[in-house]
Unconditional design. Structure first.
Length: 328
């Protein structure tokens, strides 16, 4: 007999996986192994406290981006049998990441209020189906601009590792897949089960959804995680500059608190640092592309090429044209 959604909430944590074509193997492996190691107390991979299935419209092998293939273990059963359905994405250049039957299944699950989680570029698949429009989405900094270009009306951020927004979840991928899985284990099973899984995986601690993605923003150094989050946000909004008040609210601070934090650690105001972030991006474009200077100026938020060139010279000691010529 099929388990109803209400019955499932009293049993083991149940997760269904949908693997896209060219999915990321490491993200899937870390997510499912965190569940496996939390599923019993004796490390025998017994599915006592957690259970999982790889769902598919067929039992054909699904190739990951590294070439390793995985076979689905279940047909598309009632979505209510699962606490979560996790979509693991991968390479974005795949023509059709999932087939029509899989798309219909995800829409059915959404209609039945089953929580859906996009891991790595699995968020792109959910967004393409129109399932992320009213949900805050977390993506890797590597895919942030592509996501904004494809889904301009969807809220998205690239500073956090993962996010669970009502009945939608999103995860940047990579090792953060283990962090999100650990969060689900702690929520549905216990802290002891989470600790057991992490210790076997040799992970010191599970990072929370508030932890910052491990990326140094351009060439600007800082230590405070709130500053790192603001810098990454600045870098993600080069052309459409965000007011300081909004940057502060983004990390739970007032404008004055953020300004004080910048002055204490970076000896400059948020506005000054924001300008530096934009100009560092401009410097990359000058050196790595042949785009006209007016296009570069517009891309980093300047309406005037002459103003842009003067500021560039003041910061880097030479004009964009001189820098490009020196490199050539």
């Amino acid at each position: 007999m099929k388990t109803t959604k209400s019955e499932a909430n009293h049993g083991p944590l149940k997760v269904g996986f949908i693997l896209a074509r060219s999915f990321t193997l490491s993200a899937f492996a870390l997510f499912v192994d965190t569940l496996r190691l939390a599923s019993d107390e004796t490390d025998k991979s017994g599915r006592v406290l957690a259970d999982w299935q790889v769902l598919g419209s067929t039992r054909h092998l699904i190739a990951s981006s590294c070439g390793v293939q995985i076979a689905p273990t279940s047909d598309f059963v009632d979505p209510n049998e699962f606490h979560y359905i996790v979509v693991v994405g991968g390479l974005l250049n795949s023509d059709a990441a999932i087939d029509n039957q899989t798309s219909d299944y995800l829409k059915k699950a959404a209609a039945q209020k089953v929580p859906l989680i996009g891991v790595c570029t699995g968020t792109f698949i959910l967004a393409q189906l129109g399932l992320m429009k009213s949900h805050q989405t977390c993506v890797s900094w590597l895919h942030y601009q592509t996501y904004r270009d494809r889904f301009p009306d969807n809220p998205v951020r690239s500073d956090r590792l993962f996010n669970l927004d009502r009945n939608r979840g999103s995860c940047a991928g990579g090792s953060s897949a283990a962090d999100m899985a650990a969060f689900l284990v702690r929520r549905h099973i216990s802290r002891d089960a989470e600790r057991n899984a992490l210790e076997v995986l040799q992970i010191v601690r599970a990072r929370s959804g508030l932890d910052i993605q491990p990326r140094k923003p351009l060439a600007i150094e800082c230590q405070d995680p709130r500053l790192k989050a603001v810098l990454i946000t600045m870098e993600s909004h080069i052309e459409d500059v965000i007011p300081t008040e909004e940057l502060a609210a983004f990390v739970g601070l007032s404008r004055r608190q953020l300004e004080r934090l910048f002055m204490e650690e970076m000896k400059a105001s948020p506005g000054t640092i924001y300008t530096r972030v934009r100009m560092e991006r401009a410097k990359q474009l000058v050196l790595q592309t042949q785009a006209p200077l007016i296009e570069i100026a517009l891309e980093v938020g300047f309406d005037s090429a002459s103003h842009f060139a003067r500021l560039f010279r003041r910061l880097f000691g030479q004009s964009p044209t001189e820098l490009r010529r020196a490199q050539a």
